[in-house]
Design a binder for this molecule. Structure first.
Ligand code: IPD
Ligand code: CA
Ligand code: CA
Length: 291
């Protein structure tokens, strides 16, 4: 992913606009179906099925069920594509295109029934395991609890569909940190959180406020629609960000790593509108180099 999330030329190895629009439709339909399933079939008394990277990184039975459903739908529609999913890993394809899937982004919110979780489905060309090594073609992020579908295809702009109405979306125009409403997120690694807390402690008195909403895909979409001015987080994975980065870029937003123009990576993602992003990026880079 280049500095601007939609920076690759619209037709540079990325199929035609009509193909990308139909991939967007598929992403929307699969993510919407999985979103309805996790909302409507969430068991009462849902518990933790297992933990992954740390004791805080939980998986519920519905994460697994949602990924199984999404994989089945994508395999039926496009059997030649690869799929990288958070719960079941990478299935190689033969088309050069891969779906990047977070079956529930915001699992801890989902566990507690907080209405800020999403299904994120994107299709990329290139290496789906490394943000800087792919070009996004299409994607959708669905929050089934707010009935919101954020969606885009490369070169086609970003849209929000809610209650049957679709409208184009655009990032906000905030330029300075002092009036900026920012979002961030925290790692499942308790040690990494110490450094993240220090960054927040430094920044909080100097901005409008900071939100921790708990779903990275939604955080990116919230920048895309101007609900927050900027967002940063460390240690994100491809499935957290593949769809959201495309939607952000198509909404006029910019995302990078710590250095200007550096692709987003597991080390750092800083996203904002074009005026604020360089300012926020420089500040987060300065603070995180010390954490
Ligand atoms: C997590 C959420 C959270 C972010 C974490 C992610 P998950 O994804 O996006 O907001 O802070 O870094 O891992 O585990 O709920 O899919
Ligand atoms: Ca996630
Ligand atoms: Ca997840």
């Amino acid at each position: 992913m280049a500095a601007a999330a939609g920076a690759a030329g619209p037709d540079a190895g990325t199929g035609g606009a009509a193909q990308r629009a139909s991939l967007e439709e598929l992403a929307v339909s699969v993510a919407t179906e999985a979103g309805a399933m996790i909302r409507d079939e969430r068991p009462d008394g849902l518990g933790v099925a297992r933990t992954k990277s740390t004791d805080l990184d939980v998986v519920t039975e519905m994460d697994t069920r949602a990924e199984t459903l999404i994989r089945a739908r994508l395999r039926d529609a496009r059997p030649e594509d690869g799929i990288l999913g958070e719960e079941d890993g990478l299935t190689e394809g033969t088309s050069g295109l891969s779906w990047v899937v977070d079956p529930i982004d915001g699992t801890v919110n989902y566990l507690y029934d907080l209405p800020a979780y999403a299904v994120s489905v994107a299709i990329v060309v290139g290496d789906p395991t490394t943000p800087g090594a792919w070009a996004p073609l299409a994607g959708a992020v669905v929050n089934p609890r707010t009935d919101e579908v954020f969606h885009a295809h490369l070169g086609g702009g970003a849209r929000l569909t809610s209650r049957g109405v679709t409208r184009p979306v655009r990032v906000g125009s905030q330029e300075t940190l002092d009036g900026a409403l920012l979002a961030t997120g925290f790692s499942y690694d308790r040690g990494v959180r110490r450094g993240q807390a220090a960054v927040v402690a430094d920044l909080l008195p100097r901005v409008r406020d900071i939100r921790r909403m708990g779903a990275a895909a939604l955080d990116l979409c919230h920048v895309a629609v101007g609900r927050v001015d900027g967002y940063w987080e460390k240690a994100l994975n491809p499935w957290d960000i593949a769809a959201g980065l495309l939607i952000l870029g198509e909404a006029g937003g910019v995302a990078s790593g710590a250095a200007a123009g550096e692709p987003v990576s597991h080390d750092l993602l800083v996203a904002a509108g074009p005026a604020l992003q360089p300012v926020l990026r420089a500040e987060i880079a300065r603070l995180t180099s010390a954490d």
